[in-house]
Design a protein around this ligand. Structure first.
Ligand code: NAD
Length: 347
């Protein structure tokens, strides 16, 4: 949709790539963009598209496309090396995302996938001599800020168990890569709140647009003045591919969309795009939700030559259209979409 929509932005792609987490939100967009640009891609995910409807929907566009092969496997136990034969780059996006559930008993899953699984991937990547690993880190590693833009050299102060695992994940890969004789250079991308079609349903933009489209109430944690540096998924994907192809790139790089907006502003955009009211149920703020995230993008610009292209309004419009189509494909009555006709108010 954007001028630099990944399919035509990236002229250089790794010839052969492995994408972990390919059945997920960002991973499925990345795998698709890589294949569209001519790469041969092996996608790995433990969610099986044959039995998991979300994985099936995420991978639908890749089904039957020459150049894409999907492997259902758990990175905690599968043999990883055979997947990496002749790979020029590995994109490690598999992991357990989400701040709130990480406080609970699921923390062991976060440790397993984000730290132990990453260790297995990094170990295999180095042993197989893959020249580049791009690993998905998170803006959450910065923790609470004074509202200013976070620079990669800022001291990380993760404010949730999830953020602790993401910091461990990126630093683990970077530590391996600085070992003498390690053949792999590592780029850790700190994504800032990625949104767009197929976004995880627990994420805010998805929930706000769903509330606007269906009339179901939107749960808002806190007063809505929290600000996020929203990043459209095409922009995140273009940064990710570039991180694999710029020979000199290494270390930590922020990937922020430059669409700094409050949660209340997102509700207003959802209202204006759909022409519908959003019924808001305000609840207490959740632990680990910081007030502001904002990326300093200088390093992304200098090292990758990357700039985001999609502003929040246009990105949310594309997201909303995809979501409306999904909701219509499901049982319309259960979503309260009876009066929705997809015409003028959505323009
Ligand atoms: P997602 O949950 O949609 O995708 C992650 C995928 O990883 C899932 O399909 C899951 O099945 C797979 N996975 C998890 N553990 C696995 C394992 N042990 N073996 C094989 N597959 C496994 O999440 P997403 O939003 O697409 O995020 C992708 C990555 O980006 C994650 O590492 C996340 O922490 C990071 N990230 C995302 C955002 C965002 O805004 N979405 C922001 C910052 C960082």
């Amino acid at each position: 949709m954007s001028q630099n929509s990944p399919a035509h932005l990236t002229t250089t792609v790794p010839r052969r790539a492995v994408v972990t987490g390919a059945a997920g939100f960002i991973g499925s967009h990345l795998a698709h963009a890589l294949v569209q640009a001519g790469a041969i891609v092996i996608g790995v995910d433990r969610r099986d598209p044959a039995t998991d409807p979300t994985a099936a929907a995420n991978l639908a566009a890749l089904q039957g496309i020459p150049g894409y092969m999907h492997v259902t496997a758990d990175l905690l136990s599968c043999a990883i090396e055979p997947l990496l034969v002749d790979a020029n780059a590995v994109f490690h996006l598999a992991g357990i995302p989400g701040v709130r559930p990480s406080w609970g008993p699921k923390f062991s899953d976060y440790v397993a996938s984000n730290i132990l699984g990453t260790h297995r991937v990094m170990d295999a990547v180095a042993r197989m001599g893959v020249p580049r690993l791009v690993v998905a880190s998170s803006s959450s590693v910065y923790g609470a800020t004074d509202g200013g833009a976070s620079v990669e050299t800022d001291r990380p102060q993760p404010a949730s168990p999830y953020a602790v695992t993401k910091l461990a994940e990126e630093q683990l890969c970077l530590a391996h890569s600085t070992q003498a004789h390690c053949p792999t250079s590592v780029v850790a991308l700190r994504y800032f709140t990625v949104y767009g079609p197929r976004q995880r349903p627990d994420m805010y933009t998805h929930r706000a647009l769903t509330a606007a489209l269906t009339g179901q109430p939107l749960r808002l944690y806190g007063d809505g003045h929290q600000r996020r540096d929203f990043t459209y998924v095409d922009d995140a994907v273009s940064a990710t591919i570039t991180a694999a192809t710029v020979p000199t790139a290494q270390g930590v790089i922020n990937v922020g969309g430059g669409s700094g907006a409050s949660l209340l502003e997102v509700i207003n955009i959802a209202r204006s795009l759909t022409g519908r009211e959003v019924q808001v149920h305000q609840e207490h703020p959740r632990s680990g939700d910081v007030l502001t995230t904002r990326a300093n993008r200088s390093r992304a610009q200098e090292v990758l030559g990357w700039q985001p292209q999609v502003d929040l309004h246009n990105g949310m419009r594309a997201h909303m259209r995809a979501l409306a189509a999904e909701l219509h494909a499901e049982e319309p009555r259960s979503h309260g979409l009876r009066s929705f006709d997809g015409s003028a108010p959505l323009a």
